[in-house]
Design a protein around this ligand. Structure first.
Ligand SMILES: C[S@@+](CC[C@H](N)C(=O)[O-])C[C@H]1O[C@@H](n2cnc3c(N)ncnc32)[C@H](O)[C@@H]1O
Length: 232
């Protein structure tokens, strides 16, 4: 498992963060443009508490949330109890509890797929995708001001260009997406900064932010499973 202290230790604050993120739905729109899931089968890998499952379920035929941390998988199950097309499985990106060629979209948002080291998950996604299906990975762009600067200060060994070179070499298309995070008040904004960054960076980020909004740039990496037959 890739350690995820923010959502593992503070799922309630992560919920506030998810509610504040991307208030104009820029990421969802770009995802839909890249691989529309209406009437299709979707898996959300590293679904956490299942925040994004109802959004997929509104149009998909079926949605499977996969989450390795059992308490979070349980929260995701509870969130979607009244949604018959949704199921949540405890499992990981490296071993998806799904049959070969059984889904049309594998989605992962800030989960497991962080560049070098995630090859096993990419191979597994290609296994479960039907020909023509897509693996869509959403992560944060650590080169963009101001959020990216805080990320780099907090994770000095994270190399955004190495991550992009990795995904490029694996045949992913890249789109950058500028979003607005909007918090109901300063206290919520500061709580969220406090679970995303160490104390020094969180304090610097709070001091450097006026008001209750942040601009945050995401990356959307998409790789399709080929449709054609491979003829040797
Ligand atoms: C930052 S959270 C994001 C949760 C969710 N995607 C969201 O946007 O609300 C990262 C999630 O990835 C999960 N994770 C960690 N290692 C994983 C793995 N090997 N396979 C799948 N998910 C993993 C964590 O348990 C955590 O729930």
């Amino acid at each position: 498992m890739v350690p995820s202290p923010n959502i593992w230790h503070w799922p309630e604050v992560y919920e506030e963060e998810n509610r504040a993120q991307d208030v104009h739905g820029v990421v969802y729109t770009a995802l839909r443009e890249a691989c529309d899931w209406a009437g299709r089968d979707v898996v959300d890998v590293g679904c956490g508490t299942g925040f994004h499952l109802p959004m997929f379920a509104a149009a998909a035929r079926t949605v499977t949330g996969v989450e390795p941390h059992p308490p979070l998988a349980e929260l995701a199950r509870r969130r979607t109890l009244d949604q018959p097309g949704v199921r949540v499985q405890t499992g990981s990106a490296e071993q998806l509890p799904l049959a070969d060629s059984s889904v049309d979209l594998v989605h992962a948002r800030t989960a497991y797929f962080f560049g070098p080291g995630c090859g096993a998950g990419i191979a597994e996604a290609m296994r479960v995708l039907r020909p023509g299906g897509a693996l869509a990975i959403v992560d944060l762009d650590a080169t963009a001001h101001p959020y990216g600067e805080w990320m780099r200060a907090d994770l000095p060994h994270y190399d955004p260009s190495a991550v992009e070179a990795f995904f490029d070499a694996q045949g992913f298309d890249l789109r950058r997406l500028d979003t607005e995070w909007r918090f109901p008040d300063r206290a919520t904004l500061e709580r969220v900064l406090g679970i995303e960054f160490g104390p020094r960076v969180a304090e610097r980020a709070a001091r450097g932010t006026a008001g209750t909004t942040l601009t945050v740039r995401y990356r959307l990496h998409v790789r399709r499973k080929p449709r054609g037959l491979e003829i040797s």
